[in-house]
Ligand binder design. Sequence first.
Ligand SMILES: Cc1cc2nc3c(=O)[nH]c(=O)nc-3n(C[C@H](O)[C@H](O)[C@H](O)COP(=O)(O)O)c2cc1C
Ligand code: SF4
Ligand code: SF4
Length: 432
Amino acid sequence: MMADLSIEFCGIKSINPFWLASAPPTDKAYNVVRAFEAGWGGVVWKTLGEDPAAVNVSSRYSAHYGKNREVLGFNNIELITDRSLEINLQEITQVKKDWPDRVIIVSLMLPCEEKLWADIMPLVEATGADGIELNFGCPHGMPERGMGAAVGQVPEYVEMVTRWCKQNTKLPVIVKLTPNITDVRAPARAAKAGGADAVSLINTINSITHLDLDQMVAFPIVGGASTHGGYCGSAVKPIALNMVAEIARDPQTAGLPISGIGGIGNWRDAAEFMALGAGCVQVCTAAMLHGFRIVEEMKDGLSRWMDEKGYKNISDFSGKAVPNTTDWKYLNMNYQVIAQINQDDCIKCGRCYVACEDTSHQSINQLIDAASGVRTYEVNKEECVGCNLCEITCPVQGCITMVPQDTGKPYMNWTQDPRNPRAENVKVVEAA
Ligand SMILES: Cc1cc2nc3c(=O)[nH]c(=O)nc-3n(C[C@H](O)[C@H](O)[C@H](O)COP(=O)(O)O)c2cc1C
Ligand code: SF4
Ligand code: SF4
């Protein structure tokens, strides 16, 4: 059996759910053709704007590193395309003609004037592109000019511009959302109200990664100065996943197709976004750091996992984790896990002990054999609250497991809990 990776996303058919996000990997025909050769199902072309094209500074990128110099997060101060509208449109037309089975979405960013949006629609349609994405998310440079995040942060503008586009094109309109906002559901609802066929998220998060403390300036350095950039890559995945889930489980936007973006680097990341409601995913930083061929692992890994689970299509599991994502008040107060240390795997480093002793519930005992000096770590079951901290700190994967206890007590959430002074005393349907 081989799982079918093909999808239909707001009417757009794609051979697989892996698209490259609007960014340097998709900013010209040369890149996009090589991406298609490598197996990507689609691309969102680097954002087009009005002429004259944007001009970029040097340098442009910086990174937040882990201890071994692995890039945890990536930061950029680039603008939209720095090539003319005409060249981009010509290249899009040619690539779409040569690769009819691949998706090309045209990303657009223009000032808030209806005529500009209305005028560009026929030009985009003439390329044969499959849809448009509205870039309401760019957090640097463009907002100072009243575009990008300056639009995405105001739901009324999102709705207005989305409507202008819908009124002037038959192509599916995907609204790309900025995460630089308090409640991402507001612009998502506005996009829907404006007639959007889908939303995509997230764009980059305002960021400063680190400083040169000799020059007293942040990176990336442009002359002696710097400016905040947009954060992306692995580090933003948890933020993006939450925002996708927020929209997926919001009754007001339920069913609105979501293209998941943010820190996706392998098949598992992609599967997680899809389980939380994304119909397809987009990738930027991982492709910039490791090249187009990462899509091979994504396709193989996802289809292998789907075979294992018996999922024939992406739609078999897309959104499956949404009903299990709920408000805190609906979590089961009677559920209990307790840490268990596998003594055979334990290397006696003591990290779990320090963590629990200093900042949790003093539930790990350190026993030192008087004769040999050998240490043993044991969980005090009566004290353990099941916080997961020791399991998280332990350097040996799988050495500490969190074991669910049979408490014999029924499901009871906080709204029903007698310890809650404001208990609503209403019967609440159990989370799935
Ligand atoms: C150098 C760079 C340039 C980008 N340019 C654009 C752009 O022109 N339009 C856009 O919508 N998003 C742009 N993005 C944002 C990405 O499309 C994507 O939303 C973000 O990087 C999160 O995905 P990731 O974690 O896979 O990189 C850019 C990102 C980077 C790193
Ligand atoms: S789960 Fe939390 S409370 Fe229990 S032993 Fe580990 S750190 Fe301590
Ligand atoms: S952190 Fe893990 S390996 Fe280290 S002592 Fe605790 S259980 Fe053993």
